[in-house]
Each structure stands twice: as structure tokens, then as C-alpha cells.
Design a protein around this ligand. Structure first.
Ligand code: PLP
Length: 495
């Protein structure tokens, strides 16, 4: 299996090359040259397998330059970091299921890819004979940074630095990062917002002199954001796993169609569902759920992607995004893999913030996708009603999904089994959840966690309770212009 760029099909790379590069030189994203199929026999074989073995089978279709042994080494290391099954399916009602993707070390679905990706990258680096150490730079608004730190912690041949906006993350998120353990990592707060952090990192990536300076010290830069194939492909697995769990618990028969709803930001999670469908998984519809930053909802309705709009800070911050990078991979399929067309749409997006598709494409999209949004009131109300109905505390992101799923079912009278992806633990956003269900919110976040536990059947995850006594290791704050100094400082300590 080779991988090609969405903006230039002539570029062909192995899996290891594609994940080491991250993004293609002309700006395109790497995609598989074709979609491998999962056969009926393989589906049946997977019924009895635990999650990591299902992952081995699905990923082996793509990671063809890895031996089966290498793949299973990676998955068993990664998924031993989860409490139990990395993706348990919970039945809430007849035909209604939550796929809980938040049982990893940092309590968000990004753990499923970010526990695996570092193991895979470390092996890819050896295969390619890369001598320099890899230095991962991450800009984060909260969830990605912590998940990447945990994933890369003490991984051979790799170091990681995370930049976060000093005043722009939630209390728990900041505490999660500043108390991070591990010997190959560093966390820097930046006096600015998330966009400043992101731009700062991009400028370092694009600077040839800085690249040379660090190459001479034995380092090459890389990134771990969600446009990297190494983050996308592990997410395909849990769509298969959810389906297989429905079959083995006799909720459906093999071959029956089901629907999925995905709380969406950068379009990575839902795109993995589309890839699963392309590989033969019987998915009827993928429902794309957005918060008030509803640029995707509009796009699926009228074919116009328009990022020139007000940016809302919502209670589901990991979905506060106006440029959904992974949509480019869907456009590539939508236009029958026309790389020139994709390049021209993306160039229009870059220069004007807008691109448009035609009637035919809109129709084609709507055969597979349905899109809806929940504003702040809808989100709160959904948490409240769901709690009343089931005693289950939804996190704010998942609540956006539940709202969109309900609307889809009512509008389309489609009563196929519905699996809603639950992307974060409610304990990451305790204050919003408590206030939505009408409980008192305290100033002390740990008291709030206790309150949430006392009113629900969900225990406080260790990843939260251990923060109470964790030692703060990182409290350096840098000016935006000094981000490069943060990297130099870290490397000096390490040398
Ligand atoms: C990142 C994130 C999302 C959005 O996922 P995308 O792959 O960016 O669409 C949704 N919910 C939570 C909790 C997240 O951390």
C-alpha cells in the first residue's frame, strides 16, 4: 500500500514515509492510493477478538511496510494504557448506543490514536534509517497537548514540546499539562491565544535556518496534529469494533446497516468513519455534529464553505474550529480523486476563506452525510434531559452529538441502530456539566468532581483524582516571539 497527496497524485510514499513527513511538500494531505476491503471472513474472525487484535487486522491493510509482529507490538503497548476495552459500547436505549472513547490516560478520544502513533513513529524512524532524534512540536488549546505528552512520554528517539496559551485553557487541562511526568518532554505556556501558539509553531517549521541549527544538534522537527495519517488510521478501528460488538451482543445481524453520529471539529474522527465505510463496513449515514461554530453544517446544506464568520468560544472547546483540515481528504474522494480540483479549492480557501461545490456534489455528499448543530442552550438542555432520562452525565462535546442524532432520527424517521461517539469524559468539563443538570458549582474543581460522582454512577477517573497532589513541573511562561527560546532551553537541559 502506498500513499498519495491530495494535491499531487504523482507523489507516492510508503506508510512510514508518509507519517514521518506528516504533510506533503506542496501542502496536500496523504491518503491511501486505494481503500483496502475487509472481507466477510475477516469480519467473522474479528468477532471474537479483543480490541488490540481487531486493530492489528484493520491496520495491517495500511501499514504494509510493518511486519504483523511490529504492528502488534505497537497496539499492545498502546492499548495496555487503557483501563479496560479502549472503546466500550454502552447501550442507552433500544437502538441507541454510546461509544465511550474516553477511557485512556487523558480522558478524550484522541488517546486512542495518540497512544499508538508514537510507538509507530518510533519504528518508522528506525526503518527509514533516520539518525536525528525527532522533536515533536505541538500547539494546543487543551486536549491534544496532554494526549500527545502522555503518548510520547519516554518513547525512544523522540522528544516533545507542547505550547499552550497561558490564559486559554481550562483549569484541569492546565494542571494536566503542568504536572506531566516523563524525561523527554517540556511544556511551555505562551502569552497569547491558541492562534498565536499555532502560528508560532508553523513559523518554526517553515524556517530553514532554525531547521539547520537543530539538525546540527541532531534533531529534526515533526508534528503530531490530526492531519497526520498516523493519527487518522487508528481511528478507523473503533468503527469496526463498535459494529462487531453490536453483532456479538445480538443487537444486529452481520451485514445490517447502522448509523453513527460524530461530534466534529477538525473532521478527523468522522473522516475515519467514512474510511471504514469505504472499506466495506455497512454504514448507512454519518451524522456530522457541530457546535455554534457551524461552518460544516452550512457546507453540507448549501455547498458553500465559508470560514469568514464570528468565532464562538463554547463549552465544547475542542470543537471550536473554523478550518476543518481533514475535510480536504473527503473532497478528494468527492471529486473522484481529482488532485487539481482539490488544490484549487484549497487555494481559494487560503486566499478568500471560502470555497464552493456544485449541486451534483452536494447531492452525493448528502447520500452519506447529514449535518446539524447545537448552540449553547441546545447543548445544556441535552445534557439535562439525557441525565433525567438515563442518569448519565454527558460531556459537553458528546451532548452536541446527541442533539444532532435526535434531530436526524426525527427529521428522517430513520430508526436504524444509532451509535453516538462519546469523545470526552464529563470529568474534564465538570463545571459545565454540573451547571447543566442544575447542581451547585464550587470554586474548587475537585469538590465539583466529588459532586458529579455523588449524582451519577460514573466514578472519578484516576487521571483526575491524581492531579490533586501532583507536583507542578512546568511553569515557564514565554512571550510569543520567544517560543524558539523555549525549545533551545529544553534542548540545553537535555544535552
Ligand atoms: C478533538 C475533539 C473533537 C473533534 O474531533 P475532530 O477529529 O477534530 O473532528 C471532539 N470532541 C473532543 C472531546 C475532542 O477532544
Amino acid at each position: 500500500m502506498q500513499f498519495i497527496s491530495t494535491r499531487n497524485k504523482n507523489i507516492k510514499l510508503s506508510f512510514s514515509e508518509a507519517i514521518t513527513k506528516g504533510i506533503s511538500a506542496e501542502g496536500g494531505l496523504f491518503v491511501p492510493e486505494s481503500f483496502p476491503m475487509i472481507t466477510k471472513k475477516e469480519m467473522n474472525d474479528m468477532l471474537e477478538m479483543p480490541y488490540d487484535q481487531r486493530a492489528n487486522l484493520v491496520l495491517s491493510k495500511y501499514m504494509t511496510d510493518f511486519s504483523l509482529d511490529e504492528i502488534s507490538q505497537c497496539t499492545s503497548k498502546a492499548y495496555s494504557r487503557f483501563e479496560e476495552d479502549p472503546a466500550p459500547l454502552v447501550k442507552m436505549d433500544e437502538g441507541l448506543y454510546l461509544l465511550e472513547l474516553f477511557h485512556g490516560p487523558t480522558l478524550a478520544f484522541k488517546d486512542i490514536a495518540l497512544t499508538l502513533f508514537p510507538q509507530v513513529l518510533s519504528i518508522a524512524r528506525k526503518k527509514l534509517g533516520i539518525k536525528e532524534e525527532i522533536l515533536i512540536l505541538v500547539a494546543t488549546s487543551g486536549d491534544t497537548g496532554k494526549a500527545a505528552l502522555e503518548g510520547f512520554r519516554d518513547v525512544d528517539g523522540i522528544k516533545i514540546i507542547v505550547f499552550y496559551p497561558s490564559e486559554g485553557v481550562a483549569y484541569m487541562q492546565k494542571l494536566q499539562m503542568s504536572t506531566q511526568k516523563g524525561n523527554n518532554l517540556y511544556v511551555a505556556a505562551v502569552k497569547g491565544n491558541f492562534d498565536n501558539c499555532q502560528t508560532g509553531v508553523k513559523e518554526i517549521f517553515g524556517n530553514i535556518e532554525i531547521e539547520k541549527e537543530f539538525k546540527d544538534l541532531g534533531y529534526s522537527f515533526s508534528s503530531a496534529n490530526s492531519i497526520n495519517l498516523g493519527r487518522l488510521l487508528p481511528q478507523v478501528v473503533y468503527y469496526f469494533s463498535a459494529y462487531l460488538d453490536l453483532v456479538s451482543s445480538n443487537e444486529i445481524k452481520m451485514g445490517d446497516k447502522i448509523n453513527f453520529t460524530i461530534p466534529t471539529g477538525n473532521f478527523g474522527n468522522i473522516l475515519a468513519g467514512y474510511y471504514a465505510k469505504q472499506m466495506g463496513l455497512p454504514i448507512n449515514k454519518l451524522i456530522c455534529a457541530s457546535n455554534s461554530n457551524n461552518v460544516l453544517t452550512d457546507f453540507f446544506k448549501n455547498g458553500k464553505y465559508d470560514a469568514n464568520r464570528k468565532f464562538y468560544k463554547t463549552m465544547s472547546p475542542s470543537m471550536d474550529i473554523l478550518i476543518s483540515s481533514n475535510l480536504e481528504r473527503l473532497l478528494f474522494e468527492l471529486f473522484n480523486r481529482d488532485d487539481n480540483k482539490v488544490a484549487s479549492l484549497m487555494s481559494s480557501l487560503k486566499s478568500t476563506g471560502v470555497f464552493e461545490i456544485g449541486e451534483d456534489e452536494i447531492r452525493k455528499l448528502n447520500e452519506v452525510f447529514y449535518a446539524d448543530m447545537a448552540d449553547e442552550d441546545n447543548t445544556k438542555e441535552t445534557i439535562n434531559v439525557f441525565y433525567d432520562d438515563y442518569g448519565y452525565p454527558l460531556d459537553t462535546h458528546t451532548a452536541v452529538g446527541v442533539y444532532a442524532a435526535d434531530n436526524y432520527i426525527v427529521d428522517n424517521e430513520d430508526y436504524l441502530p444509532m451509535v453516538i461517539l462519546s469523545t470526552a469524559s464529563p470529568y474534564k468539563f465538570t463545571e459545565s456539566v454540573l451547571s447543566a443538570i442544575g447542581e451547585k458549582v464550587n470554586k474548587d474543581p475537585f469538590i465539583n468532581a466529588n459532586t458529579l460522582m455523588s449524582v451519577s454512577a460514573m466514578d472519578i477517573p484516576e487521571a483526575i483524582s491524581e492531579l490533586r497532589d501532583a507536583k507542578v513541573r512546568f511553569n515557564d511562561v514565554f512571550e510569543i516571539k520567544d517560543m524558539i527560546e523555549a525549545i533551545r532551553k529544553f534542548i540545553e537541559i537535555k544535552e
